[in-house]
Design a protein around this ligand. Sequence first.
Ligand code: GLP
Length: 249
Amino acid sequence: MQSMRIEIVTDEEALATRAADIVCDLVAANPKAVLGLPTGATPVGAYFELKLRSDSGRADFSGVTAFAIDEFSGARRGDAGTNSAFFRQHLRLPLRAIHVPNPAAENADEHIRAYAAAIRRAGGLELCLLGIGANGHIAFNEPGAGRDSRARLVILTQETREQHAPAFSSIARVPARGVTLGIADLLEARALLVLASGAQKAGAVGRAIEGEATDNVPASWLREHGDVTWLLDEAAASALGERARLAAT
Ligand code: GLP
């Protein structure tokens, strides 16, 4: 556990501020940083905070390159609910570039492997932000994804499709598949920052940090990383045992 940091903040708002602090510190030190970014409700506040700092000149993202860590497969780029639509709406930063996998790629498996190769060619991810699903998924690595899994086409669980139904306007419209960086790809990022907020994440956070490392909880593999920070609000940290809480800052 030495390489794992746990930071617990009061609420969602404090989480957004702290996440933005971490990203801005990194970008100040490395203006050409390459970042991996997730979608989901959790990072929206942090992305908004980054925009405020950029707009007011407190942070400069003009040299930063971002790579989305996953996307649906079987949709058109920009369709409501897709990750490309999400980033257009929520990541309003003047970045050097933002890359999102193509949800319409004909050979999705080949496409996402080439996408992962492009990340490596760009020098790899300096920092990868992650969310966590209530079932312990990270990016679209659903339960069953192994430590050595690589970028690939995946079948989404019903639970994950339900989570995304509102954005697609109905469950029937949520693609059955997605493309994702694999766990081994995510573990190659130089640093990982996992964000979790709300009581609905407490169980998954507890299992990922304190349970056994298992494919059933893909986020549990993150402990194999040498530089991982779990940034949690009180509600998301509520299932952690005393040992983890004592180790937290
Ligand atoms: C999605 C994304 C993940 C994200 C997760 C949690 O399925 N593919 O990258 O971390 O769900 O989302 P939320 O933050 O909305 O709970």
